[in-house]
Design a protein around this ligand. Structure first.
Ligand SMILES: [Zn+2]
Length: 384
């Protein structure tokens, strides 16, 4: 039998700070192959980005196809650790190390869960693991390319659980059924530079920018809905950078971020901002340029058979159904949502990315029980 905690420790001892693999995929393959998984190691590269190792492992060829997605890379340890970040020390039944919460322990939990379920015979369908080494980095040579590779091979995933540390206090208390999208805007207002004593000969970009900032900042984007909080807009910068007291500057800039729910798209938001800017440009005589960069679109896996199966299973084990949430930043589920229904379920994430990242051993064992019960329930009655 796989020792879940020992496997988690082995993974943490691989210093797989993105884009390094640190031996983590060897550990995963070493645990999965004896269970009968066919393992495909895939190195993706793209000019200007570091090459990254990824892993796709599948057992069975039939549908339904249940996929567990996650990442083997970690963020840099940073400073201030009492425990060495890659020693995987257990102290008072708590496992310490970079990746303990996010998300090497969840990888170990799922593999141990799969072993437990396979002990009762092969599943009536397929189980796969889609593991990227590029989640904490630019996410260019990871999940997106893995999914394209799968599509090219004609492999179809029916349902996916991402093992991100999405819980609040205990494993399984929260189920992420979606995420808000994120888009960054840069605004550049260009007027005509001039002498402060002759403002009529200049076109001052500052009042125009101030007005645009006020208008955008005052707008309520929406009221939210049953699954999402209201979308939010936050300014992050407003610059003129003019050291002179007698010069009207020629240019002023601002930047802001919008976290948006499923009532918006990057296009609808960009159109909204551009409309306001165009109107103000006409009024002020300034030129206003808007540039936008989307880092993730919003998505929602609408509550249905799949989310119900997970909710019922967790409730059966812990006595409490998970809270359905769409809060937080983006994850690789933003790519998987284009392929199949996807949710995120994992450990409590309070210490992720922090010094002394840690997780109680009991929580890893509880998550293993949850994953095993989900697999059993899934193949007993597929939510198709
Ligand atoms: Zn993560």
């Amino acid at each position: 039998m796989i020792d879940t905690i020992a496997l988690a420790q082995k993974l943490i001892r691989c210093p797989s700070v993105t884009p390094a693999d640190g031996g983590a995929l060897d550990v995963l393959v070493g645990a999965l192959q004896p269970l009968g998984f066919s393992c495909h190691r895939l190195r993706f590269e793209e000019s200007g980005t570091p090459g990254v190792e990824n892993l796709y492992a599948r057992l069975g060829a039939a549908s339904p196809h249940f996929c567990f997605a996650g990442h083997s890379d970690v963020v840099p340890p940073g400073e201030g650790w009492a425990q060495s970040p890659f020693s995987a020390t257990i102290l008072d039944d708590v496992l310490y190390g970079r990746g303990a919460a996010d998300m090497k322990s969840a990888l170990a939990a799922f593999i141990a869960a799969a072993e437990r379920v396979l002990a009762n015979g092969p599943p009536k369908g397929s189980i796969s693991l889609l593991i990227t080494g590029d989640e904490e980095g630019p996410a260019i040579n990871g999940t997106a390319k893995l999914l394209a590779w799968l599509e090219a091979r004609g492999e179809r995933i029916d349902h996916c659980v991402v093992g991100e540390p999405t819980s609040v206090a205990h494993a399984g208390d929260t189920l992420k059924i979606g995420r808000r999208g994120s888009i960054n805007f840069q605004v550049t207002v260009t007027g005509v530079q001039g002498h402060v004593g002759y403002p009529q000969k200049a076109v001052n970009p500052i009042p125009a920018l101030a007005s645009l900032v006020t208008q955008l900042g005052a707008q309520h984007l929406d009221k939210g809905n049953a699954h999402f909080d209201p979308s939010t807009l936050a300014f992050t910068s407003m610059d003129v950078g003019n050291p002179a007291t007698n010069v009207i500057p020629g240019e002023a800039r601002a930047a802001f971020n919008i976290r948006f729910n499923d009532k918006h798209t990057p296009e609808s938001l960009t159109n909204w901002v551009t409309d306001k800017a165009d109107r103000l440009a006409e009024e002020s005589g300034c030129r206003i340029e808007i540039s936008a960069k989307t880092s993730g679109v919003s998505f929602l896996t609408a509550p249905g058979k799949f989310t119900q199966l997970i909710s019922d299973t967790v409730a059966g084990l812990t006595g409490q159904a998970p809270f359905f949430s769409t809060s937080g930043g983006t994850s690789d589920a933003r790519f998987i949502k284009d392929v199949c229904p996807v949710v995120e379920l994992g450990l409590a994430g309070a210490t992720m990315h922090k010094a002394d990242e840690c997780v109680p051993v009991a929580e890893i064992n509880a998550l293993t029980d949850i994953y095993a019960a989900i697999l059993s329930a899934y193949f007993a009655k597929p939510p198709l």
